[in-house]
Write a protein that binds this ligand. Structure first.
Ligand code: LAN
Length: 721
């Protein structure tokens, strides 16, 4: 019962309806940048309004600008309705915008940094954030780590603070319920380390209650196995500014609100708390990765060191960390790699350079890139969007459609987006700042964001090749730019044959012993992933088809090594574990698509076992469904209701493998047709993305992209029948 309620949270009616006139919010797009603006009623501009309504239509269920379409009786009709709806949502700059919320620890960073740096949150935004948090409060009064999670101390404490900062009084019923939930767990003291960090910044908690963040780690020699530069980029870019703030021992001055928050959240008076005893306390609701003995030992040593850290050495470390932070700000146009380091870097900039510094102003301008006005209120997206990822997939879905010629305009616009989002240069002195080459790669979101990802480069390259070689655009990418992408991919392959996310793997798996996050799994280094490997080699296969002579041997070798890597990590039940989508259906789809592209067929045992795995999990209604518990427990967890997105992934995989029993595929297709809405959209069901095992993230366009793709493939395969 409990889990079903949380899984269907997004499908339920909102507790609180809009607090602003949603018709007046417009989504301004510019080269992928998405900013929501509340227009004055009088200055309504019809052009931007239509664009905004389109971009938000699938999230604002009550804006029904899309009429019902003729009922679909065949898969071809369903496909055409699906494209009719979703094609209209393409933004003027060629991408598809969407809600990329999910994690519940992002807005608190926003609220705390805005408060500490004395920035004003606009009234409409303030209201919509409050609405979001009201809608996402769980029935027991807390908040979870992500939108479908049960309550955690992390989520509850931080979102409580967010509500209070945004003006909700302590005696509000929502606040009272949250406090009661926390009080039953001894208050906020057992919050995980990232929470301790934010509380210490806000001066509700003492830095003595945090384990040392040891900024000097960056000064260790480069060969040192635990050097900061070896960390996974997302971990490194969050750890570095955290360690800087810690090293500065920055705390906001106590004011009335902070004093009240201390009284509301701490079980004892601030001065009476034995802070050192709190360092390793983590609530059981929150704990995912317990401290290893190695980390405990390391912390013991760091905490002793902290008491006698030589000034000059600390200053040197902090200066160097700050320089690296500045490089991150500049390389990413102040967007930063993600919302967590964005807000901490902004705080660092304010502490170091003050509110009037031009760099701080640039930071402020880019905060809005993360804010998304969704159906349930305003939230912070997990990145500055998923623009490239969604666009590249949709191009590939559409190309398999027999009626693709009808969508030339869509392809041409998408191609323009691929064109403007490819990263064309390496950042200046990138190696000095622990960065790798970026020239030729594609990012997950936008070019301004400045980080490339292996599988985004793979999907971007595939989409660009499609637009170019099917003559679907007037301005195809030059060969030289495609070569750049291939050069980059060849350089990113690990010796294992696998691909990691943004960089090659730089550290040993033993690094994971020092995972101090407590709430995430496998974050310390960049691992090989089935998704990243599959996308990368698929792109190389496609490239080789059109350019058989370019670095031919190396390309072939990379493809073979990638395929070997993928087969080597198949699980004994025939599946692959997806790490960025939920979960085994996602991983297995990537693996099958990759292997078949390289030449594997249903005759190969590994493909047969993978198909058997999928078929075994088909539901009676023809669909498939997995819950996020598949990711946290790392074993298949069946969803009580079939899910459109899981079904589409399973179908794509089975069709790619030419699974011989057609009835299985047909029942899946029927399920997709049954779930389609009258306007061609599909309903938003349970969350379907994940990161670091324990946090889920929304991919709101997946419910359209993947059914369209599966229907295209089905339609194409059945034309001759
Ligand atoms: C993402 C989003 C995209 C995703 C894919 C490209 C889909 C994947 O195949 C490779 C990994 C990558 C790039 C990825 C890594 C982790 C991210 C950046 C996220 C899941 C989006 C949000 C998450 C980030 C770490 C969340 C911010 C919070 C922290 C813990 C720093």
């Amino acid at each position: 019962q409990g889990i079903l309620a949380s899984l269907t949270r997004q499908e339920q009616p909102q507790r609180q309806g809009p607090l602003t006139d949603l018709n007046r919010w417009s989504l301004e797009v510019d080269q992928g940048r998405q900013v929501s603006i509340l227009q004055k009623a009088s200055s309504r501009n019809i052009g931007s309004l239509v664009c905004q309504l389109c971009a938000h239509a699938s999230h604002f269920a009550w804006i029904s600008i899309f009429p019902d379409l003729p009922a679909a009786s065949t898969p071809a009709d369903a496909l055409s309705n699906g494209i009719n709806f979703f094609g209209n949502l393409q933004t003027a700059d060629g991408h598809w915008a969407g809600d990329y919320g999910g994690p519940m620890f992002l807005l608190p960073g926003f609220a705390i940094v805005m408060y500490v740096t004395k920035q004003v949150v606009s009234e409409p935004l303030r209201l919509e954030i409050i609405r979001y948090l009201t809608n996402l409060q769980t029935d027991d009064g807390g908040w979870g780590i992500h939108i479908e999670s049960t309550s955690t101390v992390f989520g509850t404490t931080l979102n409580y603070i967010t509500m209070r900062i945004l003006g909700i009084p302590a005696d509000d019923e929502r606040m009272e319920r949250a406090r009661a939930w926390l009080a039953a767990r001894g208050g906020c003291l057992a919050i995980p380390s990232w929470g301790k960090f934010w509380l210490a910044v806000l001066n509700i908690y003492s830095w003595d209650g945090c384990n040392s963040l040891f900024p000097e780690m960056v000064l260790l020699p480069n060969w040192f196995p635990l050097h900061t530069r070896r960390m996974w980029c997302y971990c490194r870019t969050v750890y570095m500014p955290m360690s800087w703030v810690y090293g500065m021992k920055f705390q906001a001055p106590v004011d009335a609100l902070i004093q009240n928050l201390r009284d509301e959240l701490l079980p004892q008076r601030f001065d009476e708390i034995d802070w050192a005893c709190q360092r390793n306390k983590v609530a059981e609701e929150d704990l995912y990765t317990p401290h290893s003995w190695a980390l405990r030992f390391f912390y013991g040593a760091c905490n002793i060191y902290e008491r006698m850290a030589p000034r000059w050495f600390r200053t040197r470390a902090l200066n160097w960390v700050y320089e690296v932070l500045q490089s991150e700000d500049e390389f990413t146009h102040y967007i930063c790699i993600g919302p967590v380091n964005k807000m901490i870097n902004m705080l660092c900039c304010w502490i170091q350079e003050g509110p009037r510094a031009s760099r701080f102003k640039k930071h402020c301008e880019r905060v809005n890139d993360y804010i998304w006005i969704g159906r349930d209120g305003a939230k912070m997206n997990g990145t500055n969007g998923s623009q490239l990822w969604d666009t590249a997939f949709l191009v590939q879905g559409l190309i398999e459609t027999p009626m693709r010629e009808e969508f030339k305009v869509v392809f041409d616009r998408a191609n323009k987006f691929l064109d403007l989002s490819q990263i064309r240069h390496n950042h200046p002195n990138y190696e000095k700042y622990y960065r790798d080459a970026t020239q030729g790669g594609w990012p997950f979101s936008t070019r301004d964001m400045g980080w490339i990802v292996a599988d985004c480069t793979g999907e971007g390259l595939k989409a660009a090749l499609i637009c170019k070689h099917f003559n679907l655009t007037d301005s195809p990418l030059s060969d030289a730019r495609l070569y750049d992408a291939v050069d980059l991919l060849l350089g990113m392959q690990n010796p294992t044959g696998g691909y990691a996310t943004c960089e090659k793997t730089r550290g040993s798996t033993l690094f994971e012993w020092f995972n101090a996050s407590e709430v995430f799994g496998e974050i310390m280094i960049d691992y090989d992933y089935v998704e990243c490997t599959s996308s990368s080699i698929q792109a190389l296969v496609k490239f080789q088809l059109y350019y058989p002579n370019y670095r031919a041997q190396e390309v072939s070798r990379a493809i073979q090594a990638g395929a070997r890597f993928i087969t080597s990590i198949q699980r004994s039940d025939g599946s692959w574990e997806g790490m960025w989508g939920i979960c085994f259906t996602y991983g297995t789809w990537f693996a099958i698509d990759g292997l078949v592209e390289v030449g594997f067929t249903y005759q190969d045992e590994s493909i047969r076992r993978a198909c058997d795995f999928l078929v075994k999990h088909q539901h009676d209604d023809g669909g498939w469904g997995e819950t996020f518990l598949s990711c946290t427990t790392r074993s298949y967890n069946d969803h009580p209701h079939s899910q459109v997105v899981n079904t589409a992934w399973a179908l794509l995989a089975l069709m790619k493998a030419d699974y011989p029993n057609q009835a299985v595929v047909e029942r899946g297709i029927q399920f997709l047709m049954k779930r389609q809405l009258a306007n061609g959209d599909w309903p938003q069901e349970s969350i379907c993305g994940v990161f670091n095992k324990n946090c889920m993230i929304s991919y709101s366009n997946f419910k359209n992209i993947f059914p369209i793709w599966a229907l295209s493939r089905y339609h194409a395969q059945h034309l001759d029948h």
